[in-house]
Design a binder for this molecule. Sequence first.
Ligand SMILES: Cc1ncc(C[n+]2csc(CCOP(=O)(O)OP(=O)(O)O)c2C)c(N)n1
Ligand SMILES: [Mg+2]
Length: 388
Amino acid sequence: MTIGCAMPPLETIEEQPAITKPRRLSVPTAVARFEIRYSRFLDPKGNAERGLPDFARDRAELVALYRAMVLARRFDTKAVALQRTGRLGTFASALGQEAVPVGVASAMRAEDVLLPSFREHGAQLWRGVSPVELLLFWGGDERGSNFAEPREDFPVCVPVGTHAPHSVGVALAFKLRQEKRVAVCVFGDGATSKGDVAEALNAAGVWQLPVVFVINNNRWAISVPLAHQTAAETLAQKAIAAGIEGEQVDGNDVIAVREAMSRALGKARAGGGPHLIEALTYRLGDHTTADDASRYRSGSEVSARWAEEPIARLRNYLVAEGMWGKADEERLLAEITLTIERAAETYLATPPQGIETIFDFTYQTLPKDLAEQRQAALDPMALERAGK
Ligand SMILES: Cc1ncc(C[n+]2csc(CCOP(=O)(O)OP(=O)(O)O)c2C)c(N)n1
Ligand SMILES: [Mg+2]
């Protein structure tokens, strides 16, 4: 009986090349160099710093971007007011960050798939989710995630960064089916510290998937400032370790966000693989309606950032170019106010869902303890009758 591994006869063993020792170099040599590009077209005052991309020469295109940002802000204001008067659940305002979701969504095609976090309603509205559906979502109504369109976009993702691996799955499906579609995953600066995001970037790089990751870097993760989030100079460079191209844009310049997104989407659609865009913006409001940011950051920091906000920036450009005037502004505000007020009325007039629905859309088969809780929610005396 032989004990141990069976060995091949000696003559069949190929000679292994001797392990070469690294050559000692007298001067240190860089083996790789990386660069993070930064782009911006409009300065904070709305002056064009360089030639604008083609789409931005078309008034209608710029007005559409402007309208979408104003709509997102009006929606925000209304949602906060509804929450403050006890008619909406916790809400995450995107005040000052409107250029990121609008720039992202405006570059996407209808057949692409958006995986938003909780501060991207500007993108959802652009893509066809209605303000009523968004209010239902924030009001705790499951129908708010079952939006009529776009059917294949993902619902709001509240767990930080967990949708990043999902976006890799979506992009893998596109690649396997040979569909020319791109998954777009948006998350915050805080999410970049999550393993989910690092793993998603890595897998997307290895498989060269059609996915664009967008970091909505508003410099805060609740009360954690960017400086405590990372020691890295940029968040875009996290792409480099995954073999992905990463870049920064001024996230308060909607033209820059859209231009970078268009390039990234074009590349991904053509089989060029994933891309990471870090959009630099600032959260002008509280983290959510459950937060009071004055407890951890100074008023002077916030007021300085108001000078960079995206809506006035684009409006200044439009006005300076003679593309926008007082009457246009008044008409737009009246139209948008009406849209939002009507949406709020419809939301408030919608009869609430049954309480059991909070159990109904996570599991295909409810685990036993949750099934009991569901029963108890429907019939509070049931557990008592069952002697539990
Ligand atoms: C997995 C997980 N951990 C913690 C939280 C609580 N939480 C909600 S938002 C947030 C900070 C997120 O910061 P960032 O990614 O920068 O996004 P922002 O809120 O600034 O848009 C945290 C910790 C959560 N929702 N999910
Ligand atoms: Mg943040």
